[in-house]
Design a protein around this ligand. Structure first.
Ligand code: HAS
Ligand code: CU
Length: 562
């Protein structure tokens, strides 16, 4: 039975969530190519350098916040319904959707206000050139912050729908293990609840009153700290859904089965424990945070590599198992026995391959001393286009080729474009991110429309700055083409008539080592949440206390003994 016929109400919700995500992807990708051509000096006719920051904010917010959140909401909705074999409580889930959509519209309108001359609305200029990290001292129109708050509140309510589905399932299945996909969704959501507290306090207690003029002073260090308390875990909020796909669907696409269910559970629990007490690795250069606490964050970050290294092992082993099921022999030649012409499979694999490189640049970022070399250079966008821009985004696009037919009952259209699309993305990203990393090593800054300075010449260790710029521009253009190809396939599929029987289904094969091999304690959410909170208190307690000790709105922090 096709998913849409088994769960018609849930399918409608997933479709709506995906459509918002795809619209955000389209506009965000357009903004992306505009800025790539602008800052490399290849074509500067679209916007002025002053408007560059508006476009950059739109690019970051639409892709890193809106595309991700809505796509994840859709994927999680599908995964919970699929693995618990029931419709989601739809009233709660739709409430979440509408709140998130209202927030998105408010934030998007505030950003676009900056391009159309910042008209005064409710006594404040309608603009939000604050970039996707939106901490003080840059200030946006209150509507932007209210929009951001609504997106977060909406995501909390969406999480409630998943938990409610579990509680209902529990009543019918007492004593059974939580199915793996639902386990992954709920662990991610617990991590999300813990980490969004930081940004919620930042926005509601500080940014909204400040933008409305109710308070005059703001403490940039405190609001940055609250932001990064959330800003690191948010990257795992993007990664864990990709891992859900790699663990539970990719082995099936390869013709095999997941290697180990217990290991997958351990990985997700490790993310719940360690995702949050590491935020200071984004603030190594911030004064006012004692080095000892930066060091604790660095140590925790290095431990946090573990779940991803375990993932690399398990996922590749599961894919290899698939290849051997298809008759593969040899140490490496099994790679040839894989369905590289299936866009869902190829996209996930290429995303994983690029993430191996992105994870490597992450390790460099995380080193307290090496970070000073690359912080605030274009190396950092190089890193995150491999992670959120490929590990997440390419996985999301790839799995849509597999999922959208099942939530619509329609066959995938424009297959030849779909087959090519992941490779176009891969080549575009290889050019762009590699050149960005190298340009960052040469000292070229991020987040600027004018990366050249008078009487100063950047010099790369190898190659020239002109050549790096050209690669960034060509890569950025290819990525835009890749996004457009994906959206053509999706639009054509979604608009087509239903007909014929589908050859795909949502059944997930049993793992080679199943849940009965994993200790029950892994499903003990109360225990893991308590430990996660304890680690946060240790990592953040004293520095936060000292930031607020001199008054909530007073900048900086008095020294604390370490
Ligand atoms: Fe990061 C900055 C450290 C992972 C996103 N990161 C950013 C920013 C973003 C971001 C958006 O410590 C910029 C924020 C801003 O605007 O300022 N990051 C890390 C570390 C990891 C890491 C240690 N980042 C991510 C992920 C992201 C993401 C995931 C999004 C999804 N990052 C940092 C630091 C900074 C930072 C500093 C601050 C820099 C600064 O100075 O501003 C680790 O989690 C990475 C672990 C990953 C691995 C790779 C494992 C490999 C796998 C591949 C399996 C292969 C398969 C396919 C399936 C160890 C799992 C095989 C294919 C075959 C063909 C065989
Ligand atoms: Cu981080």
């Amino acid at each position: 039975m096709v998913f849409v016929d088994s769960y018609p109400k849930t399918s409608k919700l997933v479709r709506s969530e995906f459509i918002v995500a795809f619209v955000a992807l389209g506009i965000g990708a357009l903004f992306g190519v505009i800025q790539a051509l602008h800052r490399t000096g290849v074509f500067r006719g679209f916007v002025s350098s002053a408007d560059y920051y508006t476009i950059l904010t739109g690019h970051g917010v639409l892709l890193a916040l809106v595309f991700t959140t809505f796509f994840i909401a859709g994927l999680f909705t599908w995964a919970v319904a699929n693995s618990l074999e029931r419709e989601l409580p739809h009233r709660i889930a739709w409430t979440a959707f509408w709140i998130m959509l209202t927030g998105t519209v408010l934030a998007a309108v505030s950003i676009i206000g900056g391009i159309v001359g910042s008209p005064s609305i409710l006594g404040h200029d309608l603009e939000a050139d604050v970039l996707f990290t939106f901490y003080a001292p840059m200030k946006a129109h209150p509507a932007f912050y209210i929009g951001a708050a609504l997106i977060i509140v909406g995501s909390w309510i969406a999480g409630l729908a998943y938990f409610k589905a579990l509680w209902e399932w529990r009543e019918d299945n007492p004593g059974e293990r939580i199915p793996l996909q639902t386990f992954m969704v709920l662990t991610t959501m617990l991590m999300w609840y813990i980490s969004t507290i930081g940004v919620a306090v930042e926005v509601v207690a500080f940014l909204i009153p400040w933008s409305l003029g109710l308070i005059q002073n703001i403490d940039p260090l405190l609001t940055r700290t609250l932001f990064w308390y959330f800003g690191h875990p948010v990257v795992y909020f993007w990664l864990m859904p990709a891992y859900l796909v790699w663990y539970t669907i990719l082995p099936k696409l390869a013709g095999g089965r997941l290697f180990s269910d217990p290991l997958a559970r351990v990985v997700f629990v490790a993310f719940l424990l360690l995702s949050t007490p590491v935020g200071f690795h984004h603030q190594y250069t911030d004064p006012g945070i004692p080095s000892g606490y930066k060091f604790i964050a660095m140590t925790n970050t290095m431990f946090l590599l573990l779940p991803s290294l375990l993932t690399a092992f398990t996922v590749v082993a599961s894919v290899e198992h698939g290849a051997r099921q298809r008759g593969a022999k040899g140490y490496l030649s099994w790679l040839r026995n894989l369905p590289w012409d299936k866009p869902a499979f190829a996209g996930c694999m290429l995303a994983g391959l690029m993430f191996a490189a992105g994870g490597f640049s992450g390790m460099i970022n995380a080193g307290m001393n090496i970070n000073y070399l690359i912080h605030n250079t274009i190396w950092v966008p190089g890193h995150f286009h491999l992670t959120v821009g490929t590990a997440f985004a390419l996985t999301a696009m790839a799995i849509s080729y597999w999922l959208v037919p099942q939530i619509t009952g329609k066959k995938l259209r424009q297959r030849s474009i779909a087959v090519l699309q992941p490779y176009v993305w891969f080549v575009g990203m290889a050019l762009m991110s590699n050149a960005m990393h190298r340009a960052g090593l040469a000292g070229i800054p991020r987040r600027t429309a004018e990366p050249t300075y008078d009487e100063f010449a950047f010099e790369g260790v190898a190659g020239t700055v002109g050549e790096m710029r050209l690669q960034i521009a060509i890569g950025g253009f290819l990525l835009f083409v890749g996004a457009a190809m994906f959206l053509i396939v999706m639009a054509d599929t979604l608009l087509a008539q239903r007909g014929g029987t589908l050859s795909v289904n949502s059944n997930i094969p049993e793992p080679l080592s199943g849940p009965d091999h994993s200790p029950r304690i892994l499903d003990n959410y109360k225990l893991w949440t308590a430990i996660a909170l304890l680690l946060i208190v240790i990592a953040y307690g004293p520095p936060l206390a000292s930031m607020v000790a001199d008054g909530l709105f007073a900048p900086g922090s008095p020294p604390i003994p370490v």
